[in-house]
Design a protein around this ligand. Structure first.
Ligand code: RIB
Length: 298
């Protein structure tokens, strides 16, 4: 079983700030770092550090994207379906991180929005029934990818993040796994509590698995009549960037390896707890050995 992540790669320009800026305000940053990130890249790194066999497909700028290529290679992600585009800037972000580790992110799509259907077709030739296709909402042609992956019999995993109105025009009934936070869930189904959101998800997408992360309340899983819930680990929060991506990579790799939903939630929670206790995006994602050690210490 192989994992193909067709997703974004961003150069993250991260600014430490006293508080997140409000409209019209100018503020001096207390620090600045440049990290490889992007929801797609972070998830590929999480898969690789969880010991999964993962390929990252997508596009970076030829002139500025080396930092993104390098981190995938060093992490053990297969990169033969990653294109380097001439004259187009890589995707990049401006991220503010406040003293409590909370962030806000401004994204410029750049090369992430230059995906061609021929690139999708060529890449999917190397994957088959039962392989996983991982998608987020930071590249173009997601609807084409969902349909093409489904037609091949791949298991389509969608993390609809960052969520916007484009999500409603996607063929969501073809998605096998939704990885959502409570805000994304509330935009896809109705419900006044986490439990209600989850039940309505199952009613609306009866064949899909749903994993919903809800911050300090932990995470939930639902599929048909099966349910699981896991709380959180109490760790000092340094930077929440890539916590959700770490969760996605570790949940799906654990589940695909045959672990139960409950075990998969626990491992994914441990991995993302370690990620929030460190600075940066992909650089904060732990290896499986670090996750096992963390769990053994609890
Ligand atoms: O999920 C975190 C990621 O979101 C960051 O690395 C940033 O690039 C944005 O895509």
């Amino acid at each position: 079983m192989k994992i193909l992540n067709f997703g974004s790669l961003n150069i993250d320009y991260v600014y430490n700030v006293d508080h997140i800026l409000v409209g019209g305000e100018t503020l001096a940053a207390t620090g600045r770092n440049v990290y490889p990130g992007g929801k797609g890249l972070n998830q590929s790194v999480a898969f690789a550090r969880a010991d999964a066999d993962v390929w990252h497909a997508g596009a970076i700028g030829k002139e500025d994207g080396q930092i993104l290529f390098d981190v995938l290679q060093i992490s053990g992600v297969n990169t033969e379906f990653l294109l380097k585009l001439e004259g187009i800037p890589s995707g990049h972000t401006f991220i503010q991180v406040d003293k409590k580790g909370q962030n806000c992110i401004l994204v410029h799509g750049g090369s992430n929005q230059e995906i061609k259907q021929s690139h999708v077709d060529e890449t999917l030739k190397y994957f088959s029934t039962g392989d996983y296709l991982i998608l987020q909402n930071e590249i173009n042609d997601i609807d084409y990818l969902i349909k093409a992956g489904h037609e091949k019999g791949m298991k389509v995993v969608l993390n609809p993040s960052p969520i916007d109105d484009s999500i409603y025009s996607l063929p969501l009934d073809l998605v096998d796994f939704f990885l959502v936070n409570e805000i994304e869930a509330a935009q896809l189904v109705e419900g006044d509590s986490f439990e209600e959101l989850l039940e309505n998800f199952v009613l609306k997408y009866p064949h899909s698995h749903v994993v919903m992360t809800v911050g300090s309340q932990g995470s939930y899983y639902a599929h048909q009549k099966e349910r699981a819930h896991f709380g959180i680990f109490d760790v000092p929060v340094v930077d929440t960037t890539a916590a959700g991506d770490t969760f996605t990579g570790y949940f799906i790799s654990s589940f695909a390896e045959g672990l139960s939903p409950q075990q998969s939630l626990e491992i994914a929670s441990a991995a993302s707890s370690i990620a929030v206790s460190r600075a940066g995006a992909s650089s904060s994602i732990p290896t499986i050995k670090e996750v096992e050690q963390f769990l053994a210490e609890q």
